[in-house]
Structure formats: C-alpha cells, structure tokens
Design a protein around this ligand. Structure first.
Ligand code: ACO
Length: 312
C-alpha cells in the first residue's frame, strides 16, 4: 500500500478582513445570525490579487518549505472553480510563475469544495506511475468573483484563500473514498458566455446541509471500515469548513467532538482551499505530530464528496 507523505503544507490568506458587521452593511443580516447559523465570524477577500496569484503564493511557500528540488516535481495540480480565466489553467500559470521545468504536467480540476481531496487521489495515481518524483497540489478559490452580494443566504458564507502541499509517496497507510451525484439544482454557479451574463453562485442551503451531514458520516464510516480502525484510533478529523453546525452534528454522532477541527470562524467557506488551509492552521498551532492518523473529508458542488485517511 503506497501512502502519501506531506513534505509541506502552506496557505495564502488575503489581507482584507471582512467581518460579519461589514457584511451587514452590504445585505440585511447581522453578526448574531451569521455566528449562530454558521460559526463564521469573519472572512478574507482578495481585493488586490487574483485566484491565480493566491495559488502562486501558496504554492511558492509550500515548495520552499518542502526542501524538494523543483526538478523532481512531476505535476502541479490546482483544484479550483472560481478562476478569472479558463485557459491557460491556474496550474500552468503557477508552473510559469514558479519557473518550474517543462517536464512538469500542469492541470486544474473542478470538484468544487471536494477539489483538494479529489486532488489527493489523482496525485497519488500520478505518483504511482513514477515513484521517484513529487507533486505540488493546490486548492485556490476566489469565491468573491462568483458571490451574489444581493443574496444574504449565500454571500455571508464564503471567503477567498489558497492552500498548497508538496506530496510524495511512501509506505504509510492511505485509504480513500470518493463519489459524485450529478446535480445542478442544489449548488449552481454559471460563468458568463458571449451572450449570457454570469450566474453567480446559488445554493439550496437546507438541502445541502442534509447532503453534507449524510455524506460526511458515510465517508468517515467507509474509511474506518476499509482501514479496520475505529474513530478512537483517529487523532484528527478535518472536514471541509462549510458550516460549524454541520461539523458539530457529525462530531456529536461520532461522540468525538475534540477530534473535529474547526477554523471556519476566521476564514468562512473557502471551498477547495478550506482543507489545506485547515491543515496548515493546525500545523502552525503545533497540533500535528508525525504518525497522527487524520481523516479529511470534502463535499460540495457537483455534487461531489470524498475523503482520505492518512498519516501525518
Ligand atoms: N442573515 C439573516 N437572515 C438570513 C440570512 C442572513 N445572512 N440568510 C438567510 N436568512 C433568513 C432566511 O431568509 C430565513 O428567513 P425566513 O424564515 O423568514 O424565511 C431564515 O433566515 C432561515 O433561513 P434558512 O435558509 O432556513 O437558514 P439555515 O438555518 O438553513 O441556514 C445556511 C442557512 C447557513 C446556508 C445553511 O443551510 C447551510 O450552511 N447549508 C449548507 C451550506 C454548505 O454546506 N455549502 C457547502 C457547499 S458550497 C460549495 O460547494 C461552493
């Protein structure tokens, strides 16, 4: 069994802090509603940078912290669905900005908030074709590009940011579980075309809440079943940070609230960036020790879901 080793983890969070009180000056909302319904206290907006530049900054840090020679990279994969441009891909621009060699394969994946977790599975497959190389995986989202600032039920939820990791293969344990259910009625975000305007992100929050709780629980149980472990053997569970109540709901069902990491209060929902941002946050707080068993679970637009059980 070939597992994935994190050689580094990093993030880039834009400077502009937007509090719940700031949001209440844009739409009819208030701090109390947002905190109690979502756990969010503030989010960061990338007012002075693009999705690409956030991805570049997170990737640059991850590469320099990893100590890996860029010549040894075989791929750059960026999970994102909120970029300003479709081609070239964000990954190709990261490759150019970091001056990575031409033998590095570069492409984007769109699995919305499951993107980084999908990326772990894809990157592992690529690394297994060439075990003597490393991968740069990035989750980067400028959700403020696609947020409808007239819709209070969605605009208060999202933030911008990017997270990145340099990954390689080794013998540690690794289990994964993935799925998708094509649906455009619960979460939809349409780009503008020549004759049609952009359709900003819309969501049926109540139904997505139910989908999230059901699928996070399903994925965790599958990972435990595949690995032969129980939740007591797991040190940390890192769910996509979409709503604190979703995470508390699962934590209660699993009777292990202390294992479920939450940092949504600071960043809001940053889609595919939320899991690498959370891992970086935990690492900087000194919460991650070599050998810790971690479950990460993503879910979101598509609909998509996925999880991995790995060792730090
Ligand atoms: N401020 C004040 N009131 C509000 C706001 C707001 N920002 N938004 C909605 N309300 C009101 C509604 O109008 C409604 O009022 P009414 O009862 O008079 O009609 C009331 O609050 C309750 O609204 P609900 O939508 O039922 O609120 P709910 O408790 O379901 O919370 C929320 C909404 C936070 C969106 C929740 O459903 C949720 O988090 N869902 C999951 C979202 C998610 O996980 N997304 C991840 C995927 S996103 C992606 O893939 C990009």
């Amino acid at each position: 069994m070939k597992g994935i080793k994190f050689y580094s983890i990093s993030s880039y969070i834009p400077d502009k802090v937007v509090t719940n009180d700031d949001m209440s000056r844009i739409v009819d909302t208030n701090d109390e509603w947002i905190r109690t319904r979502t756990g969010i206290e503030r989010r960061h907006f990338a007012s002075d940078c693009t999705n690409v530049s956030m991805a570049v900054r997170a990737a640059e840090k991850a590469l320099s912290q990893s100590g890996i020679d860029p010549e040894k990279l075989c791929c750059v994969v960026v999970a994102s669905f909120t970029s300003e441009i479709h081609s070239p891909s964000v990954a190709c621009l990261v490759q150019r900005e970091l001056g990575l060699p031409d033998h590095v394969m570069a492409f984007d994946i769109n699995a919305a908030c499951s993107g980084f977790i999908y990326g772990l599975g894809i990157v592992r497959g690529l690394l297994m074709q060439n075990e003597d190389c490393y991968a740069l995986l990035v989750g980067s989202e400028k959700l403020s590009n696609f947020t409808n600032f007239e819709d209070r039920s969605t605009c208060v939820l999202f933030g911008d940011g990017a997270g990145a990791a340099v990954l390689g293969l080794d013998e540690r344990a690794f289990y994964s579980e993935y799925g998708a259910h094509g649906d455009d009625s619960l979460i939809y975000c349409g780009v503008g075309l020549k004759d049609t305007p952009m359709e900003p992100l819309r969501m049926n929050g109540g139904e997505v809440f139910k989908f999230a709780v059901e699928h996070i629980e399903y994925v965790i149980n599958k990972l435990l079943e595949k690995s032969g472990l129980t939740i007591d053997d797991i040190d940390h569970v890192v769910c996509h940070q979409a709503n604190k109540r979703i995470i508390s709901n699962i934590a209660r069902k699993m009777k292990s609230a202390e294992k479920f990491f939450v940092d949504i209060e600071e960043f809001g929902n940053t889609s595919s960036a939320s899991i690498p941002i959370a891992l970086d946050d935990m690492n900087r707080r000194g919460m991650l020790k070599r050998g810790d068993k971690i479950i990460c679970v993503g879910f979101g637009g598509g609909l998509t879901w996925g999880g991995v059980l790995t060792e730090w």
